[in-house]
Ligand binder design. Structure first.
Ligand code: AHM
Ligand code: MG
Length: 330
């Protein structure tokens, strides 16, 4: 029996035709990106708008995907981590809004560790809305295998790329187990006390550290083995490092479809209304119970006034946020 391919899977899951075309189009960029890895190993010598050093491959992957999306009739707006502005496309249709991290974890290209493409798909060409409104999200992970993980709110499914660039099913309806892996980004000296204490609890509970420096690869491990990934608020960087639109939302959408959760430590990240494409957010993603424990821990721990202001500021636009009641320690 031949393995089911991506197109068939989308059809079997009653995917809207335009969305199906778009996901197939995006999947077809994966072999093109993979094929240029060997010849684009250097730094591009430029910085993106977030101040990150760009790799040659960041730029090449960005160009490949944006060019493909421009040819699609189904896309109205594109925001890419490698572009300073939202790209508007004239289309006769309503068109989707796309967020794109063309090559997440690109500092690992030159050491041959796994990196990936992260994509969020929004309705009505509007990417500046809550992540929970997405119609689909997906990532492509370039490792020993090239795999594609997607959801159209129909559970989470994983496909593997063959030698012809075709994706066939590897795992269907993935659910995130409890697990015992943890990842904690940022320098330890910059971690705030509440975060450090949470990590200490995880370690004392028998959790094992696994952190590569590629969010998409680190998350994929959490998706399959369970546990919790974090890139927290830092003493010198209140909103951490990861970007709401390009990294947090698409991964969070997949995590939730797999039965996991994503949180700032205080609330669901997918409830945040973005203010700009550059927004960053403190991020915890993983097993539902662990995220619940984390949020309880954050509420219980003493919090200083500065933190409280930041938390309230972060949620000023949120629809259903309740300011937590902080217990003071004697
Ligand atoms: P990038 O999209 O420019 O590659 O940056 C994001 C990456 C994430 O993949 C990863 O979780 C994080 O940066 C690693 O940062 P650090 O080097 O501070 O550990
Ligand atoms: Mg990234």
């Amino acid at each position: 029996m031949t393995a089911i391919n991506l197109e068939q899977h989308l059809t079997d899951n009653n995917c809207d035709e335009q969305l199906k075309d778009l996901i197939i189009l995006l999947s077809r960029q994966a072999p093109k990106i993979k094929s240029v890895f060997a010849h684009n190993q250097d730094s591009a010598g430029t910085l993106n708008t977030h101040g990150d050093e760009q790799a040659e491959l960041d730029k090449v992957a960005d160009e490949i995907i944006i060019n493909a999306l421009r040819e699609s009739n189904h896309v109205k707006t594109i925001a890419s981590e490698e572009q300073s502005d939202i790209i508007e496309i004239i289309t006769p249709y309503e068109g989707y809004g796309i967020t794109l991290d063309p090559l997440d974890g690109s500092s690992l290209i030159s050491v041959n560790l796994s990196v990936g493409t992260i994509i969020g798909i929004y309705p009505n060409g509007n990417i500046l809305q809550e992540g929970k409104n997405m119609v689909a999200s997906m990532y492509i992970l370039y490792g020993p295998l090239t795999i594609l993980v997607y959801t159209i709110k129909n559970g989470v499914h994983e496909f593997v790329m063959d030698e012809n660039g075709e994706f066939t099913i590897l795992r269907e309806n993935i659910t995130m187990p409890q697990g015992n892996i943890y990842s904690s980004g940022g320098l330890k000296k910059d971690h705030k006390e509440k975060h450090s204490k949470f990590i200490e609890k995880l370690e004392n509970d028998g959790h094992k550290l696994r952190y590569s420096g590629s969010f998409v690869a680190d998350f994929h491990q959490i998706l399959r083995y369970g546990g919790i990934f974090s890139y927290p608020s830092l003493k010198n960087n209140e909103n951490g490092k990861l970007r709401l639109l390009f990294e947090a939302n698409p991964i969070g959408f997949i995590a939730k479809q797999a039965g996991g959760e994503i949180s700032t430590g205080f609330k669901d990240i997918l409830d945040i209304i973005p203010k700009s494409i550059e927004d960053k957010v403190p991020l915890y993603v993983g097993n539902k119970n662990k995220i619940k424990n984390l949020e309880e821990h954050m509420k219980k721990e003493k919090i200083d006034e500065k933190d409280k202001e930041i938390i309230e500021e972060n949620h000023i636009n949120s629809t259903n946020y309740e300011v937590p009641i902080y217990e003071s320690k004697q």
